[in-house]
Design a protein around this ligand. Sequence first.
Ligand code: AMP
Ligand code: MG
Length: 336
Amino acid sequence: MKKIICILLAAAIMLLSGCTTANKLDSKEIFAMNTVMDFSVYGDDSEQLLKDIINKVNDIDSLLSVTNKNSDIYKINESNGAKTEVSADTAKLISDAKSLCEETGGTLDITVYPIVKAWGFTTEEYNVPDSEEISELLKNVNYSNIEVDSQQSTVTLKENMQIDLGAVAKGYTGKVLADYLKSNGASGILNLGGNVQTVGEKSDGSKWSVGIKDPSGSGAFAALSVGETSVITSGGYQRKFERDSVVYHHIIDPKTGYPANNGILSSTVICSDGLRGDALSTALYVMGTEKAIEYYKANKDFDMVLLGDDNTVYVTEGIKNDFKLSNGYDYSIKYI
Ligand code: AMP
Ligand code: MG
């Protein structure tokens, strides 16, 4: 009798918590790609899957890092105009990133790297370059000069050009990890330094909740309820320095070579494709409010939340019912 009561109790607890052995939860925090990442995986073999995805993150990082001397990107950047052989995945990612640069009218431009370096964002030895240096460096910024041969798995840049996939790497990684977890029947929520990728459904059928960080505080100014997707935020507040009372941040307008300053404090993109979401979050930030809204209206295959520097929040119709401003934020919301 005692045994039966125990079994019934265990079953009731499992039902109440929505937890079965098939969706055991394992979580882990790691430091990779210069940021803290936090993974929660629900699955039959969540512990092993968690190990697998952490290995995948480290593998991708060692291919894409701009500072690791063995990475594909480092080799390309040191090639001085010569054809460079890279892994098939890197060649495909660079080719996809080039298309996204094109699609966003060059507001995303992965060849802006020499300018990012000149501002010191790569080493954190910050510096304000003079305008002549910026004009000189701008001459080599042009994504259309990247040549990718997918058959041969080679990438060729022009002399003095260099690339950096920092604007798309985390979104891309989230997408790779999500595909892997899905193919193993798992679900979860992956936070790659504020870039969130959700996988599958929560066990109780409810939506995942993702906060959007307050650019000037530690909390979230809003929360989104989402199904399986990526929620990716770009903002000048994420990496910045101050010189002579002026704040300079890490998202560079490839047309000017200076930090983009077009009225947006943060741009969040909700997109089924993490790579595209990451590319767009950076590009929309550079475009500024007006052009970003125009871009959204011309495409509508993603959703976005833009926080303007006048405390107006622009929310697209697809996410309207799943967007909630946090208590204490007196922002005006405009639905588009
Ligand atoms: P994200 O945080 O995704 O907006 O990416 C910002 C990072 O991408 C920066 O730290 C730079 O390494 C790089 N970056 C900055 N501006 C651009 C740009 N306009 N296009 C492409 N990459 C950029
Ligand atoms: Mg980005």
